[in-house]
Ligand binder design. Structure first.
Ligand code: MN
Length: 254
């Protein structure tokens, strides 16, 4: 088809650039830490099977150990009790995984900042409606902390302090906005303090309950325009999975 030929040429010539929004997976990749008595996810870890040695003289390979929600990952609706009947990560239609993205930049806001409906409406007044069937990517600059677990979770005696979304805005994004999901730079789509909100973890509760998705631990959002990027989001088709580590690529016109 002609449009794909034009895209291939644009990629080759550099007039369309591919930007990687994915955090590298290493054993120090930050993970969520829940307090007792809750279960916690695994860190990413490589377990070497052979490396050109007696276990495999001509080849190198590893087993990987990881949580579904480790590193840059997608939350499927079934991740939350409100979305328990709305599908696992393998059931996401592939056509939904290539979608436009809107980027809302709140970098520099304080660590407890909560995105408001008025912020999104102000963005729309400047840039137009949120993309139907697309992503809202919420930039906070938090990816600058991704090299250090403590910096990334930013916890004190009152719990973690990382930016997120207000209860009212989460409800609005789930019920009023045409988006398929919300992408963030933090360890989860909800604010660090969202355990104390009513309802707790409103992005998870409302968005996943509406059959929408979450994308976390994104980086390089500062390289994207407010509108016009096309996201290719590739979670593994883990049957029954509540989410998956995900490669997220953005196609951007230069
Ligand atoms: Mn998650």
């Amino acid at each position: 088809m002609a449009v794909l030929g034009e895209l291939a040429e644009a990629l080759r010539s550099g007039s369309v650039e591919v930007i990687d929004l994915t955090a590298p997976l290493v054993d120090t990749t930050p993970i969520l830490l829940l307090p007792e008595p809750f279960a916690n996810t695994s860190r990413f870890r490589l377990e070497q099977l052979s490396r050109y040695d007696e276990r495999g003289p001509g080849w190198y390979w590893n087993d990987i150990h990881t949580g579904e929600h480790t590193g840059t990952h997608l939350d499927a609706p079934v991740h939350w009790i409100t979305g328990r009947d709305k599908g696992d990560v393998a059931e996401i239609a592939p056509g939904r995984l290539v979608a436009p993205a809107a980027v809302l930049d709140k970098a520099g806001a304080d660590p407890d900042y909560l995105l408001q409906v008025d912020d999104v409406k102000a963005w729309q007044a400047e840039h137009g409606p949120l993309p139907d069937g697309g992503w809202l990517l919420y930039r906070t600059g938090w990816d600058a902390r991704a090299g250090d677990q403590d910096d990334f979770l930013n916890a004190d005696e009152t719990g973690p302090h990382t930016p997120g979304v207000s209860v009212e805005c989460a409800r609005w994004l789930a019920e009023e906005a045409p988006i398929i999901g919300l992408g963030v730079e933090t360890v989860g789509t909800d604010a660090g303090a969202a355990h104390s909100f009513d309802p707790p973890f409103p992005c998870h509760s409302f968005l996943l309950g509406a059959g929408k998705y979450g994308l976390t631990q994104l980086r390089n959002l500062q390289l994207l325009p407010p509108t016009g990027a096309l996201l290719v989001t590739a979670p593994l088709p883990i049957v029954g999975g509540s989410g998956s580590p995900t490669r997220v690529l953005a196609l951007v016109e230069r």
